[in-house]
Design a protein around this ligand. Structure first.
Ligand code: UDP
Length: 535
């Protein structure tokens, strides 16, 4: 391992001098610890103390310089999960002169991205919390290229899917544990610390019950580009052609008990071939290959459903929920399917028949067992027909219910599919445009007074500048008219570039008028500057 860095020729003496003279330099983006990413020259890490070190000299830079606020609560989040108190980053400070008394530093010549993985044993967390944020953080900083080094500081082992992290750069990612093997003091020549949270769409319920993030900033386009990148690196090409349904099963818990019956029903209903896959029985690569050509993915709620991001546009995602679980309250995969431009059809089915569920009260608590609880609590869990809203992560009623096995009631299952799925749309979804209109140009108003209680207000404008380059199915305009001083307004949707308003227009009154363009019913443009129109 320690051979690895010496292959790259670095001028050790020069690097040591630079560190001693210039110390550490840090410049960050972000106003808060939750949106901060920092770039460092010569950030060091002491493997004995397990602390990052900032060396002060006359030439060192620390921006932002927060003083003691750096500890309230931290400089930044090291994982993409917002403000999690086990995922904070900070450094210790030392004068550069202290280097004389310290072990000789080992320099890491690669541009390095330093971060925490959040839960590298769970496929959903791997994609949502780590791979997508790493991929797009690397896109944000151009020197984080294919030669970049990833360093994972959360302290876990490789985990079940370490190969996926290897796809992100040509260099082997390093784990915290491995840093020791390089020496007592490591200095990263150039590094970035922290992850972009721009791509995440779900919060896991640490402070409020889990659900979609309040301000989602990613669209299906970025998810699909990331998915294409992964497929390219895995040498997978999407095979189009024949239609088939994939049932993604779990084999150790949360089972579908009548799998054969479910497969038969799906095949008959949709007149399609069905395939089953599981993480235990197929390689990850072959699963992605299969899913990338599927028309429908059916699965019990669970981390394996993150693979729905590899489905072709227009495909259906069918998520099954065990008894007493409200599907509306656990929506990471629904939210993913519903991202704008993701173009997946989402359906949830929920077991409502208690006789069709199999519970496991005797299992360990983390697999949903409840026998360790007080008798009363056990009884109340058993009597409950729906898990009440709760916080992450150890709610015993939630764990008890989510780890049940289920016999899927075929009649009610097919009912929700028939209700929700638009058959002709399966896999044939057209790529909807996401191009927004520009402002309407040259907005004008003209007014005239007809009588003491009658006035006219004519508004006209020119088409947005970008419209002449676009083929848009439906172009409409929205006009808001507000009487000055009132706090309500009248909205109108209009097909043409001018309109004369007669109703509700009073003489000798000032109106504020806003105009904007709308493409295809829901692509809103910006309002033009407000018009002030006096009758
Ligand atoms: N897993 C699996 N088969 C199983 C049970 C779990 O492949 O029978 C995988 C699952 O997809 C996830 C990891 O093991 O990647 C942890 O599963 P867990 O039940 O803890 O999490 P969940 O799926 O509920 O997010």
């Amino acid at each position: 391992q320690s051979q690895e860095f010496s292959q790259v020729r670095i001028d050790y003496h020069g690097a040591l001098l630079a560190l001693q003279e210039h110390g550490t330099r840090m410049v960050c983006t972000g106003k808060m610890h939750t949106d901060r990413i920092c770039r460092f020259d010569y950030l060091c890490y002491c493997t004995e103390a397990e602390e990052f070190v900032f060396f002060h000299s006359n030439a060192s830079v620390m921006l932002p310089n927060l003083g003691p606020r750096r500890f309230q609560p931290a400089l930044l989040d090291l994982s993409s999960v917002e403000d999690h108190n086990t995922q904070y980053f900070n450094f210790l400070e030392l004068p550069a002169a202290a280097l004389k008394f310290m072990p000789k530093p080992v320099f890491v010549p690669d541009v390095t991205l330093i971060l925490n993985r959040f839960n590298p044993d769970n496929l959903m967390h791997i994609f949502h919390d780590d791979l997508l944020p790493i991929y797009y953080t690397m896109q944000q900083y151009s020197d984080l290229d294919d030669e970049a080094r990833l360093v994972f500081m959360e302290g876990w082992g490789e985990g079940a899917h370490f190969d996926l992290y290897r796809l992100l750069s040509s260099k082997q990612p390093l784990l915290k544990e491995q840093l020791k093997t390089f020496g007592k003091l490591m200095c990263f020549t150039k590094s970035y610390v922290g992850l972009s949270k721009m791509t995440t769409w779900y919060q896991y319920g640490f402070v409020q019950p889990q659900g979609p993030k309040a301000n989602i900033l990613i669209s299906g386009n970025e998810i699909r580009q990331f998915a294409s990148f992964v497929m390219e690196r895995l040498n997978i090409t999407r095979e189009e052609g024949d239609d088939y349904i994939v049932v993604f099963k779990r084999t150790t818990n949360r089972l579908i008990l009548n799998e054969a019956e479910l497969l038969l029903a799906l095949a008959q209903e949709f007149q399609m071939r069905t395939v089953t896959v599981s993480l235990e029985e197929q390689s990850f690569d072959s699963i992605i290959q299969i899913i990338s050509g599927a028309t429908m993915l059916v699965s019990m709620h669970g981390a394996q459903m993150i693979t729905s991001m590899f489905l072709p546009r227009g495909a259906a995602v069918v998520e099954l929920f065990p008894y007493a679980i409200n599907s509306e309250q656990y929506t990471p995969y629904k939210t993913l399917s519903s991202l704008p431009g993701m173009d997946l059809q989402y359906v949830a089915w929920r077991n409502t028949m208690e006789e069709n569920t199999v519970t496991y009260p005797d299992r360990p608590w983390d697999q949903g067992g409840i026998v360790h609880l007080e008798k009363e609590e056990q009884e109340s869990i058993l009597a409950s027909k729906e898990v009440p809203r709760h916080l992450c992560c150890r709610n015993p009623e939630w764990l008890f219910r989510i780890y049940q096995d289920t016999t899927v009631d075929i009649a009610s299952f097919l009912d929700v599919l028939r209700e929700t799925l638009k058959k002709p749309n399966l896999k044939k979804a057209k790529v909807a445009s996401t191009i927004h209109p520009g402002r309407v140009r040259e907005p004008k108003c003209q007014t005239s007074v007809q009588a003491t209680n009658e006035a006219k207000l004519s508004v006209s404008w020119q088409i947005p500048w970008n419209l002449k380059y676009l083929k848009v199915k439906e172009v409409k305009y929205e006009v808001w008219i507000q009487e000055q001083g009132e706090n309500t307004y009248m909205p109108y949707i209009l097909p043409h570039q001018n309109y004369t308003f007669l109703e509700n227009i009073k003489p000798f009154t000032t109106y504020l008028v806003w105009v904007r363009c709308i493409f295809n019913k829901n692509l809103l443009g910006p309002f033009a500057d407000v018009l002030i129109c006096k009758t």
